[in-house]
Design a protein around this ligand. Structure first.
Ligand SMILES: Cc1cc2nc3c(=O)[nH]c(=O)nc-3n(C[C@H](O)[C@H](O)[C@H](O)COP(=O)(O)OP(=O)(O)OC[C@H]3O[C@@H](n4cnc5c(N)ncnc54)[C@H](O)[C@@H]3O)c2cc1C
Length: 396
């Protein structure tokens, strides 16, 4: 007979790891199936920020920003080796679309939503200090705002959350590709799950299947029989490049030629620049940085850091995929940019859920997402002896 688990999770990105941690903390038996390696997908190709998302204020996503700032504060306590507060700088030139009054208003609201803690305060950098800002172009510079947010190593954070889950009994199988599941009919409650582990077909059973496959979310749903109802999504490619030479003062939040926000940040002794946003239609495994995206990021860097940006070599480039709710038409970058970044937790049935699917989401809010997933499944999972509370579990 196939081994029975309370939960089987597909995917060991930040959401699979987070849900495994939250489940194991409740004493539940849980196994994670991962086709490639921990943080193989978007969770190693993000902008590596644990942040409130200042720009989400422009699209009115206030509750998302408040939650992100609360989770940021918690992660700074739980994972001080992995999540570090950094200074962020926003330069304003005559052609910058967000004017100083707007930035002042946005940063004031950001501080308010962050509970006015010391790490959410902001200031205007005096012009006498502009020369110290890593060679930032000071020609026609009108103002520079400084505020704080946090940076992490996304893959290392994901590994730390998975380790925490494993320490509480969660099992992880890599390389284990989910190949199919049968939802029992006629009162048969357990789900039979098939996967290929190191090339061998294996079977297990679970009360609940969690689909945390990130950009592969639809592929996983289509392998379940009968296929559960699903949401329309769009995959949006985001590319980062790494150029030689580091910056020392913090992270720069600049405006590209199409008015989108681009970050320039220190990364492992070099400089990371990103990101782009273009709709992607292919297989998630095939996503690659496009030459035009690399050129766009290099142009943006050269515009703000002219002493360094002229003839930069790209050391490496990576592309990741965001899962966004679809809006039914071919979209330009601006509307992609303003679409909701809330995480959507979708159940196959509200009365007796057996499949929970995670759509989209943010690295920053993974813990909250995992706790919400557990709450949505509480009615169908057994009550076991609680082992821990994720609000207090240190990560290292
Ligand atoms: C360009 C970009 C920048 C971002 N920047 C930030 C940021 O700065 N801050 C922030 O908070 N958030 C950011 N995000 C969002 C965040 O990175 C993602 O929401 C998050 O990493 C998604 O994690 P996930 O676990 O859902 O998916 P993933 O990390 O993609 O994990 C899915 C996993 O499922 C596995 N899988 C898929 N199919 C199968 C199968 N059949 N069998 C077994 N395993 C399978 C994959 O191998 C993969 O490991 C960014 C996203 C992108 C794309």
């Amino acid at each position: 007979m196939a081994e029975l688990y309370d939960l089987i999770i597909i995917g060991s990105g930040i959401h699979g790891a987070g849900i495994a941690q939250a489940a194991a903390a409740r004493g539940l038996s849980v196994m994670v199936l991962e086709q490639a390696g921990i943080a193989n997908g978007s969770s190693s190709r993000s902008s590596k920020l644990i942040h409130g998302g200042l720009r989400y204020l422009e699209s009115g996503q206030f509750s998302l920003v408040r939650e992100c700032l609360q989770e940021r504060a918690l992660l700074l306590e739980l994972a001080p080796q992995l999540v570090k507060i950094k200074s962020f700088y926003i330069p304003v030139y005559p052609d910058t679309s967000r004017r100083p009054w707007l930035l002042h208003a946005g940063l004031s609201l950001y501080a308010l939503l962050g509970g006015m803690r010391p790490e959410v305060r902001f200031s205007r950098v005096p012009s006498s200090r502009w020369q110290n800002l890593d060679g930032l172009d000071t020609d026609n510079l009108g103002a520079v705002f400084q505020y704080s947010d946090a940076q992490t190593d996304d893959a290392a954070l994901t590994r730390a959350v998975m380790r925490s889950a494993q320490q509480m009994g969660a099992q992880l199988k890599v390389t284990a590709t989910f190949t199919g599941a049968r939802l029992g009919q006629n009162g048969e409650r357990d789900i039979i799950i098939e996967y290929r582990y190191h090339g061998v077909n294996e079977t297990c059973a679970a009360k609940v299947l969690v689909n945390a496959a990130g950009p592969w979310v639809t592929q996983v749903l289509n392998r379940i029989s009968p296929i559960p109802a699903q949401l329309g999504i769009e995959l949006v490619q985001g590319t980062h490049i790494i150029v030689p030479g580091t910056i020392t003062q913090g992270i720069y939040y600049v405006e590209a030629e199409d008015k989108r926000a681009v970050f320039v940040m220190p990364w492992q002794g070099n400089t990371l620049i990103g990101t782009t946003e273009s709709v992607y239609h292919g297989d998630p495994a095939d996503v690659r940085p496009l030459p035009q995206e690399e050129a766009y990021l290099l142009r943006t860097f050269a515009r703000y850091f002219p002493k360094r940006g002229g003839d930069q070599t790209v050391l490496s480039a990576m592309a990741g995929l965001r899962v966004l709710p679809s809006c039914g038409s071919e979209e330009g970058a601006v509307s992609v940019n303003t679409r909701s970044r809330e995480t959507l937790l979708h159940l196959d049935s509200e009365d007796h859920p057996r499949v929970l699917t995670v759509y989209g989401g943010k690295l920053t809010t993974y813990r909250l997402t995992a706790e919400r997933a557990m709450a949505r499944l509480a009615g169908v999972l057994p009550v076991r002896k609680v082992v821990a509370d994720t609000r207090y579990l240190k990560l290292d």
